[in-house]
Design a protein around this ligand. Structure first.
Ligand SMILES: C[S@@+](CC[C@H](N)C(=O)[O-])C[C@H]1O[C@@H](n2cnc3c(N)ncnc32)[C@H](O)[C@@H]1O
Length: 329
């Protein structure tokens, strides 16, 4: 095999990514830490086929995730990157029973997305991502956790790189567990916030607001953002919301924002901007899972223009995301 063929096989083969995902789902990197254990013990403990488990473990040895011991296997230092307490987001991304890892499997139907321009997720799982989260509370929980984790390092930059103090009232539309809104309110004691999200997620935001000691200035309404929003806020914040939806639904969300707005309201969109921040790989994930994409600036302008919104400023908040500030014409 020449080098190019080998390189492409290494990129395209599914055995390795699935081995890593199954290993994380079974908790093998955690279980094999320290002295590790024997094949027989592990197979009995986890109720797995010993013959098949050995094949999986041997491939994990090839990948240097685990290594042989005199009588079994143990996790290497490199493999410890996959342990739960590494707290690097990889568990959510790879675990087949968590929202992120499960969603990635919809890539098996990428051809459908490329052919139709629509999400592969509903074809793969029989319903869209959000309906799946509603049906399986453990998926919603893992998704919320993933969302909170992804912003852990970015929130300080989001707070300092934009002047949030201009707003007395902010409605955070699809605000998740409230981590961003809580940080804004904590930094700006004159500002009041109102978080909107679906009930099971919105309810959890109480804990976040209490932990940040901003609960007296933070209101929560469990509702859909496809329903009318609280009226008259100074700003409506859509952080990583529109990229979860194809254009028709993105228009519906913007309609809800603009009908609630007053003439000096600002609509604030925080997202990776296609061609500016977004990675091509992640762009395909948004297509496959949501039938959407990381919209480039021009697409945002086309999306917002029918709502009478004018782009006032673009602020690069972090290396991953910009804030687009829109005002009613
Ligand atoms: C990608 S997360 C972003 C969360 C938050 N804005 C952030 O940046 O951390 C998308 C959010 O939209 C919420 N969501 C999805 N469908 C919704 C709906 N119909 N109405 C309100 N919220 C919804 C989800 O529960 C989730 O919290």
């Amino acid at each position: 095999m020449n080098d190019n063929v080998a390189a492409i096989r290494a990129m395209a083969g599914l055995a390795t990514p699935m081995t890593l995902r199954v290993a994380v789902t079974l908790g093998l990197p955690d279980r094999l830490r320290g002295d590790g254990t024997t094949l027989e013990h592990l197979a009995t403990e986890l109720e797995l086929s010993p013959t098949a488990l050995e094949l999986l473990l041997n491939h994990l040895v090839t990948l240097q995730i685990i290594e042989h011991t005199p009588d079994g296997y143990r996790t290497t230092d490199f493999g410890a990157t996959l342990c739960t307490d590494a707290d690097n987001g990889l568990t959510n991304f790879l675990h087949l029973e968590m929202a992120g890892g499960r969603a990635e499997l919809a890539f098996a139907d990428l051809l459908h997305s490329i052919t139709t321009g629509q999400a592969a997720y509903p074809r793969h799982y029989g319903q869209d991502f959000w309906a799946d989260l509603t049906q399986h509370p453990h998926l919603r929980e893992s998704f919320n956790h993933q969302m909170t984790h992804r912003f852990r390092d970015q929130i300080p930059q989001i707070i300092t790189n934009y002047d949030w103090s201009r707003f007395s009232t902010i409605v955070d539309v699809g605000g998740g567990h409230g981590t961003l809104l809580a940080a804004i309110l904590a930094a700006h004691p004159q500002t009041h916030g109102h978080l909107i999200d679906l009930a099971p997620t919105a309810t959890q935001a109480h804990h976040t607001f209490t932990a940040h000691q901003v609960e007296s200035r933070a209101q929560i309404t469990p509702q859909s953002f496809f329903d009318p929003l609280p009226k008259g806020a100074d700003a409506y914040l859509l952080c990583d919301i529109l990229h979860d939806w194809p254009d028709p639904q993105a228009h519906q969300i913007l309609t809800r924002c603009t009908e609630a707005a007053h003439p000096t309201t600002r609509i604030l969109i925080i997202e990776p901007i296609g061609g500016r921040h977004a990675a091509t790989e992640f762009d395909l994930a948004m297509l496959t899972i949501f039938g959407s994409r990381e919209r480039p600036l021009k697409a945002f302008q086309s999306l917002t223009a029918p709502h009478g919104l004018t782009l006032e400023s673009i602020t690069d908040l972090t290396p991953q995301r910009a804030l687009l500030e829109f005002r009613p014409i």
